[in-house]
Design a protein around this ligand. Structure first.
Ligand SMILES: C[S@@+](CC[C@H](N)C(=O)[O-])C[C@H]1O[C@@H](n2cnc3c(N)ncnc32)[C@H](O)[C@@H]1O
Length: 275
């Protein structure tokens, strides 16, 4: 069968029912053709080769089975970066960009030392380090496979000012920081939403104690690793704002506030540590 770009888009649209199917089909085409979206719109009559069609059909089948597009394409855009992703790391979410924005706003005009706990693909830490090549930036993750991807992303995006260290939360850290940022696992075990996330690593998603175990651990230890008046910025679930504010208050933080993501849901909480 011979198909051009536009014909493939029309057929593929009948196979995928998700809200962003049109964008996903464009991204599949961009990767297979090695062209950008402007090309697709400018040259919709371009004929697809048999090899290209086979690859596109394979993508469509896997998408129908629920494999996330980012894992099929091996990449995901985040902030100003193009990040390599595979099933060893969580696919970075655009909601996490509001955490990056907050850290950048707090640190504006300052010379900071920052750590990102549980860096995964490196989404948060690399976005911050790219905006501030003069900052000293550290990233941790428990899993060497995740750190390997984050390091690969640092190289791919030419961001040299990040040190990657492996270990559980604060374990591999030395010295003090002006800001600790983290997007730890925070989904409750048995949460029905986990079914839709079954292709992503559960160790990046699920936390015990109603999803609060890792958030609590990080809040309770952060004071030891912050300079006087240092900040803790934590991503959390849309319904965990009050619980995280309470944790920060109980651990001696002040100036506590919760911020919203682009969908208007509570998404992160910040506190300042005064020694
Ligand atoms: C929700 S993902 C966040 C990934 C990335 N920071 C992001 O925002 O896309 C949580 C990350 O925490 C890491 N993690 C889980 N338990 C950990 C631990 N005990 N110490 C350090 N990192 C851990 C996971 O490997 C995963 O990369």
């Amino acid at each position: 069968m011979t198909l051009n770009i536009q014909q493939f888009q029309q057929l593929a649209r009948q196979c995928l029912s998700n809200d962003d199917a049109t964008l996903e089909i464009e991204l599949m085409l961009c990767q297979v053709l090695n062209k950008n979206r402007i090309f697709l719109r400018t040259w919709p009559e371009t004929l697809l080769t048999e090899t290209q069609l086979n690859q596109l059909n394979e993508y469509l089948q896997q998408r129908q089975q629920g494999v996330p597009l980012a894992y099929l394409l091996g990449e995901r855009a985040f902030w100003t970066l193009n990040l390599t992703v595979n099933p060893d790391v969580l696919i970075p979410r655009s909601d996490t960009e509001c955490v990056v924005e907050k850290v950048l706003a707090l640190g504006q005009g300052k010379q900071w030392r920052v750590v990102d706990l549980g860096t995964g693909s490196g989404a948060i830490v690399l976005s911050i380090a790219k905006e501030h090549p003069e900052w000293v930036v550290v990233a941790t993750d428990l899993y060497p496979q995740s750190l390997a991807i984050a390091q690969q992303n640092a190289e791919k995006n030419q961001i040299p000012n990040v040190e990657f260290v492996q270990g559980s939360w604060f374990e591999p850290l030395t010295g003090l920081f002006d800001c600790i940022v983290s997007n730890p696992p925070y989904i409750i075990e048995n949460d029905p939403h986990l079914q839709a996330l079954s292709h992503e690593p559960q160790r990046a998603l699920v936390a015990a104690e109603q999803g609060l175990a890792d958030l609590r651990h990080i809040v309770q230890l952060s004071g030891r690793f912050l300079y006087d008046q240092g900040y803790l910025v934590l991503e959390h679930g849309f319904d965990q704002g009050q619980a995280v504010r309470d944790l920060l208050q109980a651990s001696g933080f002040s100036q506590i506030m919760t911020g919203q993501d682009f969908g208007g849901n509570d998404r992160y909480t910040v506190g300042q540590y005064v020694k």
